[in-house]
Design a protein around this ligand. Structure first.
Ligand code: ASP
Length: 345
């Protein structure tokens, strides 16, 4: 699944655009053509990748691509990412997001309410403040100061229904990824609103995206409404740099989805980057950290899902999950395709 043919040597000497990408440098008479790539979690990643590719395909920056890409998912009515997502157990949608560029600049927001594009607020935190992370009311206040609109805070129709269902038992029971486990066919799964469970159990509600641009720079983004019906104030892995997202421009970029608590425990995305630094391929690196999580969780590993996607500096990519059912979308100049991730059990 890894893409190995990444750096094409070209005899062209001058900088310029080709079908594959931008030709930034000339080394000993040979120029290296860097082929951009973007990878995003779940099937919602296909639409997000398309928007990201509008930036990457015309020579734009990976950082802009990963912001623009996931904004599409934050906007989707039928998706649990963003304000249309499932609320917490008290009935409020609270959002987490993070973004990181190729120079270790990073920004995140957590427990943010009534703001439509948390990923863009995270980027503002990165670019306009001396901080990395803002949470709750402070994050909201900052967003408003930066010109973001305060939305009315009403639940979407689907979220209202899910919440009413959940209230019947008010069971605090995290079960991630159950809709795909229960679906008998891919078609069954796709008939459901992405990532929303009508029975009101926890599920994944995240899009993560990692990209390399035609200059060879890496960036990543992650945005989520978090685990549905979570405790009020609960923050997952997605806004925690090193857990839900990590980018080291010398090595690679990684983003996580699934049970956030278990990603945080192992500093998941950072751990995958470190494996790639030791020479592991993206898929091998993701697998090693997934195995670590299973060792830690022992028997309880069967009740959770954790998934990583990764790209390395050579443009190779991969994904791995604890259980069956995780997929991710990959966009290169050859097209935008959905891949089933390999898994442990
Ligand atoms: N990782 C997210 C969280 O724990 C959930 C998800 O990926 O769906 O908040």
């Amino acid at each position: 699944m890894d893409r190995r043919k990444f750096i094409n040597l070209s005899s062209l000497g001058a900088a310029g655009f080709t079908l594959q990408g931008f030709i930034p440098t000339s080394l000993n008479g040979l120029s290296t053509t860097i082929t951009p790539i973007v990878v995003a979690t779940w099937d919602a990643g296909l639409a997000a990748n398309k928007a990201a590719w509008e930036v990457l395909g015309s020579g734009g920056k990976a950082l802009d691509a990963v912001e623009k890409g996931v904004m599409v998912t934050e906007d989707e009515m039928n998706c649990c990412v963003g304000l249309n997502g499932n609320p917490d157990r008290d009935g409020f949608v609270t959002l987490d997001a993070s973004i990181m560029d190729h120079e270790f600049n990073c920004g995140s927001v957590a427990f943010l309410e009534r703001i439509k594009h948390p990923i863009s607020v995270a980027r503002k935190v990165m670019e306009k403040t001396p901080h990395v992370m803002l949470v709750g009311q402070g994050a909201q206040q900052f967003a408003i100061e930066q010109g973001f609109k305060l939305e009315n805070g009403e639940l979407s129709k689907d979220a209202k229904n899910s919440y009413q269902n959940w209230l019947k038992n008010s069971e605090y029971k995290p079960v991630i990824n159950i809709e795909r486990k229960n679906a008998t066919t891919q078609l069954d799964a796709s008939k459901m609103a992405p990532h929303r469970l009508s029975n009101g159990e926890w599920n994944h509600d995240t899009i993560g995206m990692i990209a390399m641009d035609s200059m060879g720079n890496l960036s990543g983004s992650c945005t989520t409404s978090g685990a549905g019906f979570k405790m009020r104030g609960r923050v997952g892995d997605s806004p925690v740099i090193g857990a839900g997202l990590y980018v080291d421009n010398e090595v690679g970029a990684v983003v996580a989805t699934g049970q956030g608590e278990d990603v945080i425990r192992v500093a998941g995305s950072s751990a995958v980057v470190e494996q790639m630094r030791q020479g592991k391929t993206p898929t091998e690196a993701c697998k090693i950290v997934i195995e670590r999580i299973r060792r830690i969780k022992k028997e309880k590993a069967k009740d959770i899902q954790v998934c990583f996607i990764a790209i390395n500096k050579k443009g190779e990519y991969g994904g791995y999950s604890l259980h069956k059912g995780f997929n991710y979308a990959v966009h290169t100049p050859q097209g935008n395709t959905l891949h089933e991730a390999t898994f442990l059990d």
